[in-house]
Unconditional design. Structure first.
Length: 104
């Protein structure tokens, strides 16, 4: 009778994790770029240097370079949720969403 040996280092499903991490990292970097564009164009409620830009960029780098660690993806998703909440508590966001014609 033959026994099947199992390897503890079998990473056959890592390809999906790598693609997921890359997509999440790209989304974090795009979010940082979006915050930069809003700050540069003078959107109300932003400080001169919004902290979201370096935070999103650094977490994006961490997520990108650690595709084998699932917790880094959770870190990126948690940060995305915090930024989403932050967008809606920033003064003026609700008005801009209700009156897009005033953005020009």
């Amino acid at each position: 009778m033959q026994t099947k040996e199992f390897s503890t280092t079998d990473h056959s499903d890592v390809g999906g994790w790598i693609a997921t991490h890359k997509a999440l990292a790209a989304g974090l970097w795009i979010g940082a770029l979006g915050i930069l564009l809003q700050a540069v164009t003078g959107a109300t409620g932003y400080p001169k240097v919004p902290p979201g830009i370096p935070i999103l960029a650094v977490i994006g780098l961490i997520v990108y370079f650690t595709p084998r660690w699932a917790w880094t993806a959770l870190l990126g998703l948690l940060l995305t949720g915090l930024v989403t909440v932050g967008v809606f508590v920033t003064p003026g966001t609700a008005y801009r969403l209700q009156h897009p014609q005033d953005a020009c």
